[in-house]
Structures are given as C-alpha cells and as structure tokens.
Design a protein around this ligand. Structure first.
Ligand SMILES: [Fe+2]
Length: 470
C-alpha cells in the first residue's frame, strides 16, 4: 500500500501527538487539525485517504464534521474513523449513522486503532475503482442508494428502467449491478435476462432489490442469473456490506482464473523453450537463433508501441518461427554442401509445417500467421504464398528483419560473422524488396537505442554482398 495520507482532527494536543506517533507504524503522512471546522477546511483543501476524528471538540463536533464531509461530493468517499471517549451504544450508532466507516474508543485505541485503519484503508482502496450500476424507477431509492454507495467510496451510475440501463451498458462496464424488479418499459427480470445474454456481462454480480411481496420472484431470479437479493426497505450499510462481499468473491474468482491462465501460459512457454532447444541442438550454427530473433523483434515492437500482450505474443512467434524445421531430416537440414532443388523445396516447407504443428493449440492462433509468413517478401517473391507488402502479417515482416540480422551476424560454416556496418547496409538495401521499410526503420531505431549502431555508419554507402538464410 502506498504511503497513506491521514488527517487527524483532535482538540487535545497530547492526543494528537500520541496518534501521530502511533501512525509511524504504518508510515502515514499525517496532517493535524485542532477542531471540526479546521478539519473540514483541510479535508476540502487536500486529498486524504482517511480522516480520524474526535467527537467532542469546539466550533464543530466530530459527528457534524462527518455529516458535512459525507454530504460533499468532493469528500464523501474519504473514510472517517470516529475516535471517542464515549462507548455508549447510541453514541456508536450515531457515528455510523453520520457515515463513519469505523468507531474506536480512545481507551482501546492503543490495541485496536492500527488494525482498524488498515482494514478501512484496504476496503476503501478496493471500492475506489469499482463501478456499480443502480437501476430503479424510484428517484428516492436511486438517490439514497447512490449516496450510500458513493460514501463507501464506490463509483455509481443510475438508470430508471432496464432499457435505459442497457443503453448505459454500451458505455460502462460495471463491476456490480443492483436492480429493482417492478419498473416500466423493461422490468428487472427482463433486464437480468438481457444482461446475462451479453457475453461480457455474464460474470458481473447482479443483485435484485424489491419489497417483501416480491420475495418469491427474487428467489426465482436467483436460479436465472441473479447473484443475491435484498428486501426493501434495507439499511444502506447492509447494502454496502453485500456489495463489498460480492465484489470481493468475484475478485477472488477472477484472481484464481488469472492464476490458472498464468500457470497454463508458463507451462506452454516451458514446452516452447524445450522444442526450440531440441531444434537448435541439432545444428550448432543456428544455436541461439530464435532467442536473438525474438530479442530483435520485440525491441522493434517496443519502438512501434506494441502493447505488453502483443509483445509477449510476438516474442513467442519469433521464438517459434522456425519450429517447422523440426520435421526436416538431418541429412538435408545439416547438409554442408549446396542443396538440390528438391532439398531446397523441403526446407521451404518449414513455415507451413510450423503452422501445422501449432494449429491444434488454440492459444497459438494469433501467432500462426507470423510463423507461416516469415519468409514472404515485400516484393511478393517469397514463400510459401508469394504474399506482397501489407498482406504479409506485420509480425512476420518484423521477424524477417530479425532473421536477416542474425543470419548475417552469426558464424556460418562458409563465412565469419559480417562486420556490423556491412550488416546494416544489407538490411537498409533490403527495404521494399525483401524487407518491410517500416520494420527496417523500427529496427534501426531499436539498434540506436541499444547503441549497437556505430556512429559513422553510412547505411547506404556499401553494396549488398551476402544472401540471407532460408
Ligand atoms: Fe525460417
């Protein structure tokens, strides 16, 4: 948790100093105010994560301060902990009634306060980025539910019937939906069905709220997609607790699903690493080829502003681009001399074979075009399909640049690695014929960033002297 900003509103200097010292334990940034009036001014002036307020103070007491904070849209989502000498039940009740998130007696502050602060801050951080859609035809219900949820830190949008709510759902993807049943135009049952029919909303918790007379309908709705129901009239605190519980359960489910996908992904990446290792172990001249092509391609991707997800997919594509060679016999793949036309045709089959190997794995679908077309050329003279220009998948064009770069810079049975200046010349001259001009530009920008580019290199001065590998 980042350093919390906490406002202490307390008229006793001794208690203020004691609290400030106690808050050292959670590394809080503390501001002090000597009464409710000053507390209100400071709360409006600065953004606080939490306000701790005494009750009996001159000018404005803690309950009035809390009431004012909770009625102002700018401060209503800041949680308040009431710290009081009074532990009478009606006093505590009043604290919650005016909108406090917790109530701690001064006698127990030493042992309880820090734990309550941590709890309130965690709940508030959890609510802050959550959006709740409230659907009810009663203006009064919408107003009070919006107020209660906003005070608890949630973001709220409202609609007065199911149809309007469906329009709102075009723009907003809520974390939770609260809906009445009896509404004009589209009632709660029809609205719940419409929500569940939308794939992106199927998992969003849906809470039905209606009067006792609708209890049977609400129970039936549980079987048809609703997550919980609340019987009107309910206390707003009860609603906040239900919302927090459902969102937390939903969050846990999402977290578990995320962990499962991460595990699956890591297993897949391990399998890929083994496959590539098996392929490259056969030929020590191409050892590390896939890794280097992946480094270059992802470097270009970063220059081109790729999203983290696309960078990860591009990296997998680059690491697997030659995987189809795994099916080529050693006497052809490792043949030291010149290949016959027939043998060369077999080598040229590796992009298609690579795509065939990956096609049964659904998560590999986005990278297959990159594997299949990494030997296409901008001028249409490549293989396997003779595609031209932008018809070739962008990732395939990027891999082609990395492929050329590594082929020229690595040791081959028939030549030493080329000097860097010459490599850059060849890549520059490949623009438009073999290589994609935009990708070549991204390649040079990446090389500049890596400081691999010698300062005096004139990329156009030297003629192309080498062919690239298959
Ligand atoms: Fe290849």
């Amino acid at each position: 948790m980042p350093q919390p900003r906490i406002l202490i509103v307390e008229d006793s200097r001794t208690i203020r100093k004691m609290l400030t010292k106690q808050l050292d334990e959670i590394d809080a940034r503390v501001t002090e105010a000597v009464d409710g009036k000053e507390g209100l001014e400071k709360a409006k002036d600065k953004n606080f994560d939490l306000i701790i307020s005494d009750v009996d103070m001159p000018k404005m007491n803690g309950f009035d301060l809390c009431k004012k904070l909770k009625s102002d849209p700018d401060t209503r989502s800041v949680p308040v902990i009431i710290l009081s000498t009074n532990d009478r039940e009606e006093h505590v009740e009043e604290g919650f009634r005016v909108g406090a998130s917790a109530y701690v007696t001064k006698a127990k502050a030493g042992e309880e306060l820090i734990a309550r602060i941590k709890d309130v801050l965690t709940r508030s951080a959890f609510s802050r980025n959550r959006l709740i859609l409230v659907v009810d035809d009663s203006k009064l219900v919408r107003k009070s539910v919006r107020k209660g949820l906003s005070q608890a830190g949630f973001n709220v949008v409202c609609a007065d019937n199911g149809q309007k709510a469906m329009h709102l759902l075009e723009e907003h993807l809520p974390d939770l939906i609260l809906s009445d049943i009896n509404m004009p135009i589209m009632d709660g049952e029809a609205f719940c069905r419409a929500v569940r029919a939308r794939e992106d909303l199927q998992e969003v918790p849906f809470v039905v709220m209606s009067t006792e007379s609708d209890r049977r309908v609400m129970r039936e709705m549980l079987a048809h997609g609703a997550s919980a129901f609340m019987v009107k009239p309910f206390h707003i605190e009860q609603l906040v607790i239900t919302a927090e519980k459902l969102l937390s359960d939903h969050f846990q489910l999402l977290l578990k699903e995320r962990q499962r996908l991460d595990t699956e992904r890591n297993m897949l990446l391990d399998t890929i690493a083994s496959l590539v290792q098996a392929l490259e172990a056969r030929d020590h001249y191409t050892r590390g080829h896939s890794e280097e092509v992946a480094r270059i391609a992802t470097g270009m991707g970063r220059v081109m502003g790729f999203s983290p997800q696309d960078l990860e997919r591009l990296e997998i594509a680059a690491r697997l681009h030659d995987i189809g060679k795994i099916g080529i016999r050693d006497e052809i793949l490792l043949k030291p001399g010149r290949l016959t036309d027939e043998e060369y045709d077999i080598i040229k089959g590796h992009p298609v074979q690579g795509a065939d190997i990956l096609s049964p794995i659904p998560s590999m679908a986005p990278i297959i075009p990159a594997v299949l077309h990494h030997h296409e050329r901008m001028d249409g003279k490549g293989y396997p399909h003779g595609l031209k220009g932008s018809n070739i998948h962008l990732w395939a064009r990027m891999i082609a640049v990395g492929d050329v770069y590594h082929a020229l810079t690595s040791q081959r049975p028939y030549r030493a690695p080329m000097p860097m200046g010459q490599v850059f010349e060849i890549i520059e001259e490949g623009k438009g014929g073999h290589l994609c001009p935009d990708c070549v530009e991204a390649f040079f920008l990446f090389m500049d960033q890596c400081r691999d580019l010698p300062p005096q290199t004139n990329r156009k001065a030297m003629p192309s002297t080498a062919a690239t590998n298959a």
